[in-house]
Design a protein around this ligand. Sequence first.
Ligand SMILES: Cc1cc2nc3c(=O)[nH]c(=O)nc-3n(C[C@H](O)[C@H](O)[C@H](O)COP(=O)(O)O)c2cc1C
Length: 323
Amino acid sequence: MRTQITELFQIEHPVIQGGMHYVGLAELASAVSNAGGLGMITALTLPTPDDLLKEIKRCHDMTDKPFGVNLTFLPAFTAPPYPEYIKAIADGGVKIVETAGRSPEAYLPALKEAGIKVIHKCTSVRHSLKAERIGCDAVSVDGFECGGHPGEDDIPNLVLLPRAAEELSIPFVASGGIGNAQQLVAALALGADGINMGTRFIATKEAPVHQNVKDAIVAASELDTRLVMRPLRNTERVMANPAVDKIVQIEKEKGADLGIEDIIELVAGVYPRVMQEGEMDAGAWSCGMVAGLINDVPTCKELIDRIVGEAEKIITGRLTSFL
Ligand SMILES: Cc1cc2nc3c(=O)[nH]c(=O)nc-3n(C[C@H](O)[C@H](O)[C@H](O)COP(=O)(O)O)c2cc1C
């Protein structure tokens, strides 16, 4: 399958693994890239820029295919040293960066100077257009279904993607709620040039997370995610668990008076406990509605081959038969 995205990133299949905190490490990024997709190391999971550079080197040792680094701009009180992280990315010879969280405008000159292609992940048409205007090479359009931060507009991909297609000139991938071949075909039909997946890639053999996390995703249905932190305008789609029930309860009680301090223990410092120790109820962790479509734990190669292979069959078989 050749699309503008496979051409832009010099990859075999139009399938990207989005950055994921405590999941997007060299094991997963290299496995996705070796399977012909685009793997992504998640910069801020590495505590320092120096650690990121080491992780990039580790990934180069595991694949000779292109891979990227996700750089998430957080609403943090003390911002991480982004210029130093960008230097580590450039020094590591990585040529693709997925930005997310906020506009990458301030950092684009440094990224471009290092010859890096930027795909910005955002949840609305207006933010996609801004990304295009400031010089991003592509956009990842993240619909309401997505695991992680769906924004505050609540527009699902069946409407968001064709809206993006109406307005954008740069290529974009569909992100959020995607896990199988039918959805890749649908994304292409809706105007995208590929797909970005998060939750689906956690339930793979190579994802460096505790088996409990993979089992929880396989066991979950599409009804098992919740939205938290909406009153803080930092909405996150997470896997339902008792800690999340507690957050939802606190949010109900506090209403507009909710402050981050009211729920901080249930949302901060949770990722290492969940992803590494397998403490599934430690707090809120991102998970998409696509969990309802995830029923196995394949290798990344099995998964990508299946999605792309079946998509080609759908296009040449079922769809063509209608003509
Ligand atoms: C556990 C988890 C952690 C994530 N962490 C990040 C992150 O640190 N930065 C980021 O830009 N996106 C993050 N995401 C979002 C993904 O990159 C991707 O956009 C999203 O998962 C797509 O939706 P899907 O899960 O339905 O495929 C995370 C998603 C999950 C499930």
